[in-house]
Each structure stands twice: as structure tokens, then as C-alpha cells.
Design a protein around this ligand. Sequence first.
Ligand code: GDP
Ligand code: IMO
Ligand code: MG
Length: 429
Amino acid sequence: MANIVIIGTQWGDEGKGKVVDLLSETADYVVRFQGGNNAGHTMVVKGEQFISHLVPSGILQKKKCFIGNGLVVDPKVLADEIDYLSGKGIDISPEKLRISEKAHIIMPYHKSLDHVRELKKGDKKIGTTGRGIGPCYEDKSSRRGIRFFELLDADSFSERVKSVLEEKNFSLEHYFKAEPLDADEIIESYLELGKKLGPHISNVSLELNEGMRSGKQILFEGAQGTYLDIDHGTYPFVTSSNTVSGNACCGSGVGPNAINGVIGIVKAYTTRVGAGPFPTELHDEIGDAIQKKGVEFGATTGRKRRCGWMDMVMIRNSVRLNGLTGLAITKLDVLGGLDEIKICTGYTYKNQVIDYFPTDLSVLEQCIPVYESIKGWEEDISTIRAFDQLPKNAIAYLKRLEKLSETPIQIVSVGPGRDETILLSDPFR
Ligand code: GDP
Ligand code: IMO
Ligand code: MG
């Protein structure tokens, strides 16, 4: 029996959805532990594309899925996602999808505040997804959040909404000069959603621990990426949750001794959506070509993703922060056709080479990447299923990443489809 955590090692969109879908075949339970519908995880099975924002990506493999206490959940988005997936013939009954009673609820005022705060920041904005994630986590930390179990008691829910809304409306109207919200409208629509989602609400921690005792294997599905982590990322250009592997435990209610392995998803190059520093960003035709070939548009907001070379300073730091036991390299096919491929191995800061990721963004912004080059390959690799059949330059690239990260590559993804994968060693074994 093994329980595995999957996390993003960069700025999100590394291909977590694809790898979770693939590895779910061996898992019994699949669990999201942080974030919310800022995430957009894409799975492609037999040519059909599915995007999930809240429901764990194990749902296509018919596995029991859990939304842990560490998430902030917009109940309308979740209800719509359940309809979308069941419309595609996927079983998403209350038995299949469990929602932690402790997960915090994204309310309409969280979305309004997310929106007006970004507007007020002007060109200093973070470029959030606008889904109310930050304001909801703020309420969680300041102990006035509303949790899922509260949706089940109409009277106390109404009272809670009215008391919280008083302060939110004051801030919306008088500080942000925005429209206040109507308590009765919110209460009515949310209680209606509560009726629909009620049968899914459960004590997730209890169910996971009981499952482990009876030999179930768990896959923990991270969202976002290490550099969007509220503590370890490029603060303040981050999301509002801990995205690193350690949060798999806090965000689902299992102990650290439950975790047997941590797989870091590494895109074969780097991308970022939203604002913030990005040392290896390409502002030239190579960056444009990668963006086009990789179809680098956000799965949640549709925004163009910024593209750049692989940054091994970042990956080495990710290995340490997450305790990675293996890597999955995704989108290797996208690099095909380039004459040369660059790998950032360090930064030059004030004429000195450094090999660590600076905390101070004003330092990071002055860092100039130190690159080494690997020759590219021409072949289309998307039909290759064995490592040794890859072009020799692609193998050289992967070996170099393995050496620099000091972490074994367990999976290489050569296309978006579930089967477009080279499995070197099974993380569950
Ligand atoms: P996530 O947020 O980490 O789950 O990643 P996204 O789903 O937001 O973005 C990854 C995108 O790359 C999706 O469109 C996937 O279908 C696609 N993708 C995943 N792996 C590969 C791959 O190996 N090759 C190619 N070409 N596309 C991939
Ligand atoms: P997945 O799980 C990429 C980014 C936003 C913004 C910052 C803060 O698909 O990899 P937020 O709405 O969370 O307050 O926005 O974080 N961001 C993501 N970028 N992939 C994601 O998720 C992201 N979730 C949030 O673009 O820069
Ligand atoms: Mg995504």
C-alpha cells in the first residue's frame, strides 16, 4: 500500500491533471487538499478533453474523490461541475464525491472583493483569477469564514451571513465605492445549493483514515504550484494557500506518516499566468513559438501564459521544499523542432553567480539566468512509449534535468492524452 502526493513545481499548469488522471488507475481515493476553482486541470481521454476546477481528476478513472478541508469552495461552481461531468456520463453520485464539512465556502462578497481590490491596485495588480480565493482564505484566517456544514442549518446560516455581510458591505460601499450585496438573495441561493450538495458533505478525514486502515491507496492532487505558495512562492504574486506537499496532510486530515512518496510535476519549460517576476521568461519568437505549440492558455481564465526556459534553480528549490521522491516531466513534445534548448543552472546577481532562489523580489528581478545549451531534435515524439526510443538529444536533456535536480524521473509525458506517456517507474510501487 502506498499514498502519493502530486504537486506542481513551478507556477502551476504543469500538467497535474493529466498525471493525476493517469496514476489514478492504481489509486482507490483521489483527494484535493488546497486551493479552489482558481485551478484548471485538464485531462484528455480517447481524444475527449475534460477540465476540472474542483472535482479531483481521479473522477474519470471512477475513483472515490474527496474535496478536503483545506479548500475554499464556490458551491455554485461545484454544482455546475457536477452537472457538467454527469452530463458526460461520469458517475459523480454522493458516494463518489465527498466534500469536507470543514471546507470554507466562497461567498459572493469574496468574489466582489477580489475584483475591486485588483481594480484598485491598477498596474500593481496580482492578476488573480477573480474567483474570490484570497478573500475567502482571509476570512478563514481571521475566523469569520463560513464552512460547509453550516449550509445544512438554514437559521444559523442566515444569521452568519447577515453578520458577516454587514462589514463586507461597509467596505464594498464606502471604501471601494462598489455595489453592496443583498443578504436575502445570497441566503436563498446558497441554501438551495446546500440542498443539492448536502448528501456529499462528510467527515473527510475520518473516511480517509478508515480507508487507509482497510488498505486503500490515496493519491493527493495538488493545485497551483510551488512558486504560488503563500509562504514559499514569489510573494505577493502568489495564491493564498500552501501549495507544497506538506499541506496534503493539513488540508485533508491525515498524518505525515501517511505519505510514502511525492511526485513533482515539471513542465519541460516554464510558464506563468498573472503578474510577478519570471527570470527565464522569453520575450522573443522562441517564447511565442512555445506558447503556440504548447497551446499555453489558462484553463481557468483563458489568459495567455507567459513562457520561458527551464529554470533548475527553481526546480532544485522545489525538490527541497516538497521532499520530492520523483519527477514527472510533461510537454517534452512541445520542445521538438527547436535548434537549441536552454537550461538555467544559476543566476548572476551583481556579477556573482548564485544557485539559490532569492526571497526578495527586488533581488530576483535583477537576477540574470546562467544558461547551458542542449541541441534540439526534429522528430515528433508523441507516439514514442519507451524512453530509449526518444531522440538522443531528448534523452540528453532529460538526463541533465535528472542530474541537476538529483531526483529520478519516473514519468515523461509526450502529449496531452492519457496514453501519450512513458512510464519509467510506477510511483505506487
Ligand atoms: P494543470 O493545472 O497542472 O493540471 O495543467 P493544465 O491542465 O492547466 O495545463 C496543462 C495543459 O497541457 C493542458 O492543456 C494539458 O492537456 C496539456 N498537456 C499535459 N501534458 C502534456 C504533454 O505532455 N504534451 C502536450 N502537448 N500537452 C500536454
Ligand atoms: P492550476 O491548479 C496557474 C495564479 C493566478 C495569479 C495568482 C493568484 O491550474 O495549476 P488567485 O486567484 O489564486 O488569488 O490568483 O495565482 N494562479 C494560477 N496560475 N495555475 C493555477 O492553478 C493557478 N491558480 C492561481 O494567475 O497569478
Ligand atoms: Mg491549470
